[in-house]
Design a protein around this ligand. Structure first.
Ligand SMILES: *Cc1c(COP(=O)(O)O)cnc(C)c1O
Length: 402
């Protein structure tokens, strides 16, 4: 097995992202396969007992057990790290495994976390329920308000945790400001970059310390597998994340890693086309619904910031109707092309009513605090012809009385 496909790393590490997406991190076996090999193995064998002893003592590098190393998973990790501009990456079983690992590997009882109040439902559960149970206090703030970050810092604040754009309210966090503030106070920033991915936004370029992913979304991009990833410095990996991950085991399965590895090859193409489609659909929807939250449209209160830190608007936006849950559900029920689905990042267009799905679990008070109303609908715009999507939406809105 040749790591880096046997090529000169001094040359390959300078490849641009489009090249890394297709070739970065490739290992090649003696068979010279073009597509990356899939190693569906939990364990490894050794020629002799001295070899395995050397591997366990660290004198020799090599595989010992797939909770610790797997060639297919390592290919994915190398590729994600190269695309992110990160020193290191570890793949995880799911996006939530990535978020949980990124937080718990570095926090101790008595620490404090400042987190965005607008977040994926399970991320809110981590900050509202899990961390406090383990003696880690949290403050949730309006992450779009720079002053709120500074005001929430306490002497024991260890981590800033947020996503941008945020799910499903599409708030944008000022990466340069918030990461800079964290650095000045010795606080570690953990950014959930699932919506934009490295193809549109690289938080580490703005000073983020840890970038965590649901690879289930845009990275796979075709709705097939669950996966996650955490990117960080080599030091953070060695000292914080690896001891936690090796012993608790939230690992990505080799098959899932392989699927995501193939997904990354087309990530840039997909996310740019889906962003273009989302802009076209958004422009239509702006004239048809009372309120739209779309980072690509000038009506978004943070449009300029979004476009300054992202290369394109991404495939996801939300809108609000005045008729509450009944009207929102009526729109979903009248769709003929777009699927009712709470997933995102898929090449298929999908719509969901967050209050009754992704954000049902956080409860009505948290939803109100986050700005997730009963009339809010989130859409993931896929790779279909946007004119077909517009016709479907137009028909569904009319059927629901809009
Ligand atoms: C989906 C999602 C997650 C969780 O990822 P899973 O792969 O479903 O565990 C976390 N954060 C954001 C922003 C997401 O969209």
């Amino acid at each position: 097995m040749k790591r880096n496909a046997g090529l000169d790393r001094n040359i390959t590490k300078g490849w641009r992202p489009a090249t890394q997406a297709v070739r970065g991190g490739t290992w090649r076996s003696e068979h010279g396969e073009t597509s990356e090999a899939l190693f569906l193995t939990s364990g490894y064998t050794y020629d002799d007992a001295a070899t395995v002893a050397a591997r366990f003592s660290g004198e020799q590098t090599g595989m010992t057990y797939s909770r610790l190393q797997n060639p297919t998973v390592e290919m994915l990790e190398e590729r994600i790290a190269l695309l992110e501009g990160a020193e290191a990456c570890r793949a995880q079983a799911t996006g939530m495994a990535a978020m949980t690992t990124a937080l718990l590997c570095q926090l101790n009882s008595g620490d404090h976390v400042v987190a965005a109040k607008a977040a994926f439902g399970s991320c809110r559960w981590l900050t509202d329920n899990l961390l406090p149970r383990w003696g880690i206090t949290t403050t949730t703030i309006d992450a779009t308000d720079n002053a709120a970050w500074e005001a929430a810092i306490q002497p024991n604040t260890k981590v800033f945790f947020f996503e941008t754009p945020a799910n499903p309210t599409m708030g944008i966090v000022d990466l340069a400001y918030v990461c800079g503030l964290a650095k000045a106070h010795g606080i570690t920033t953990v950014v959930d970059n699932a919506f934009a991915t490295s193809a549109l936004q690289r938080p580490m370029d703005y000073g983020a310390d840890v970038v965590a992913y649901s690879a289930t979304k845009m990275m796979d991009g075709q709705g097939r597998v669950l996966a996650g990833a955490v990117c960080a410095s080599a030091k953070f990996m060695e000292e914080k994340l690896l001891p936690f991950q090796r012993n608790t085991g939230p690992n990505c399965a080799p098959f899932n890693a392989w699927v995501v590895l193939k997904g990354l090859e087309t990530l840039d193409l997909r996310i740019h086309r889906q962003s273009e489609n989302a802009l076209k659909v958004g422009r239509f929807m702006e004239g048809r619904v009372p309120r739209i939250l779309h980072p690509g449209l000038p009506s978004h209160p943070q449009h300029d910031l979004a476009m300054a830190q992202m290369k394109a608007c991404g495939p996801i936006f939300s809108f609000d109707v005045d008729g509450g849950r009944a009207q929102a559900h009526a729109i979903l029920d009248a769709l003929q092309l777009i699927d009712i689905s709470n997933n995102i990042g898929d090449s298929r267009s999908l719509m969901t009513h967050p209050a009754s799905t992704t954000h049902h679990g956080v409860g009505p008070d948290v939803r109100a605090d986050m700005g997730v109303g009963e009339g809010m609908i989130r859409i993931n715009v896929g790779l279909e012809d946007p004119d077909d999507l517009i016709e479907d939406l137009d028909r569904a809105l009319t059927a629901a009385g809009l």
